[in-house]
Design a protein around this ligand. Structure first.
Ligand code: GLY
Ligand code: MN
Length: 462
């Protein structure tokens, strides 16, 4: 938890942007794993964390925009809780730690909300993403479970996006800490990437590093010799010479800030010529994208710039053909690069995604594309100083997608399908960094993790 001033400032800023009414910020409840008393590791809701900082289950924060007051509602521990979980400060004491003067029980919350409804006050809340939160909102507000989504506050979403998009200095420091852990995780994976090692053994070590550093992983680790499957969570393969190992993984700090890094390395520590050629293209796309990131540029244009680098170089290899600009305009690059260049990152690894991707990544100036590939771009709007975003181009050879495009004659004027056929056993390559947008450009955050061919081969053979 940060100093209470941090949370006070954030709530004050939010109050300055909201017209009237009250806002409910429902913290998460415990979630059961296989029976009710056996729970998943608790993860607090990020909006609650951002404004109220407390990492305990079943807390609700309320801000009254008309009165300018903040509240925390939760139940004090009873003797059974104390026996099983130990003694904690009272709710009043915990509220004071984050600068909140008013507190009460969950029964008090019900009375507070019912009274606000009776007075016809506007009640704002953010989109829920867990069933238990839907139920809690449904009960508190007296609306049907199925219609809860219809009542979310777009005004609150937009103002929270404005606030959370611009990272404070302490948030950047947290992300750098999460990156220190990611450095250890990825360098460990590189050193372990030898033929005969099972993917799960590497995943286990990486999870252990994240846990030992204070937080869990920031999302389930993607680590695979079948990197052509973008989010591959199967870890049952044994590493084989000739395959590339994609590792996409990050950690959370104790304050729940994330890192999200991808490195791709040749099993055994030596790139062959075919791997080198494709790797150099992805690396160039990553470096070129970082070079042009700066305030005011549309992130979609950075994405398309990376797509053009990839198309230009794949054309030189003979895998693509035709005019590069036309190929990218037609989405032909998406056969190889079918996802977006990146996303916002912060308290969530895909920051604020629970608010709705389009609220975070798009606005009145720019709408989401419907074209295959670019449609997956989570962030399209102009970058601003203080944004933290990922930069994660990739090239993949996805046999099912290649067959589909070939059979349906999609973008045949830009793809050399005959040659692409030879790459169906290649797998995929992705390289991802976390980037801070600065006043005059962009900065790759964290201690540099081996990325060039020379750096990767060196660390793998130490
Ligand atoms: N690191 C996984 C993702 O960005 O989707
Ligand atoms: Mn990512």
């Amino acid at each position: 938890m940060f100093e209470k001033q941090v949370y006070n400032n954030r709530r004050t800023k939010l109050k300055a942007t909201m017209k009237s009414g009250i806002a409910l910020f429902l913290g998460n409840k415990e979630a059961s794993f296989n029976y009710s008393a056996n729970e998943y590791t608790f993860r607090q809701d990020s909006s609650f964390l951002y404004l109220f900082g407390i990492k305990l289950a079943d807390f609700v924060g309320v801000i009254d925009f008309d009165e300018g007051k903040d509240y925390i509602f939760a139940n004090d521990m009873d003797i059974a809780d104390i026996i099983w979980m130990g003694h904690l400060p009272t709710i009043k004491e915990q509220a004071a730690q984050v600068g909140v003067e008013h507190s009460g029980s969950l029964a008090d919350l019900e009375v507070f909300v019912k009274k606000s409804i009776a007075l016809g006050r506007k009640i704002h809340f953010l989109p829920p993403y867990r069933a238990t939160t839907f139920v809690q909102l449904s009960n508190l507000l007296g609306i049907k479970y199925a219609s809860v989504k219809n009542y979310v506050s777009q005004e609150l979403i937009q103002n929270m996006v404005k606030l959370r998009s611009i990272k404070e200095v302490i948030e950047i420091e947290e992300i750098e800490k999460a990156l220190e852990t990611a450095y250890e995780m990825h360098v460990t994976a590189m050193k372990m990437a030898k033929p005969g090692v099972k993917e799960q053994q590497i995943v286990g070590k990486m999870e252990g590093i994240a846990s030992a550093a204070g937080g869990p992983v920031s999302f389930p680790i993607i680590l695979t010799i079948n990197g052509q499957t973008l989010h591959n969570h199967y870890h049952g393969n044994f590493l084989k010479e000739g395959r590339m190992l994609v590792a996409d993984a990050g950690a959370e700090t104790e304050n729940n800030y994330c890192s999200d890094i991808t490195r791709t390395v040749p099993v055994g520590g030596k790139f062959n010529d075919r791997q080198k050629a494709i790797y150099e293209i992805v690396l160039e796309a990553n470096l070129e994208a970082a070079k042009i990131m700066k305030p005011n540029i549309f992130y979609k244009d950075v994405h398309l710039h990376a797509a053009k680098v990839i198309t230009t170089r794949l054309k030189e290899l003979g895998l693509m053909k035709g005019n590069v600009d036309e190929a990218v305009a037609n989405g032909a690059h998406a056969l190889f690069f079918p996802h977006g260049l990146g996303h916002m990152m912060g308290l969530d690894v895909h920051d604020m995604e629970s608010y709705g991707e389009n609220f975070v990544g798009y606005n009145h100036e720019i709408q989401r594309s419907t074209q295959f590939g670019t449609a997956y771009l989570r962030l399209g709007r102009r970058l601003e100083t203080g944004f933290v975003v990922t930069n994660e181009p990739g090239i993949y050879f996805i046999p099912a997608l290649i067959d589909k495009w070939k059979n349906e004659k999609i973008n045949t004027e830009f793809i050399n399908f005959e040659l692409v056929e030879n790459y169906k056993d290649f797998g995929g390559i992705r390289i991802e960094d976390d980037i801070l947008i600065t006043a005059d450009g962009a900065k790759v955050l964290g201690k540099p993790i081996p990325k060039t061919i020379e750096e990767v081969e060196k660390i793998m053979n130490e």
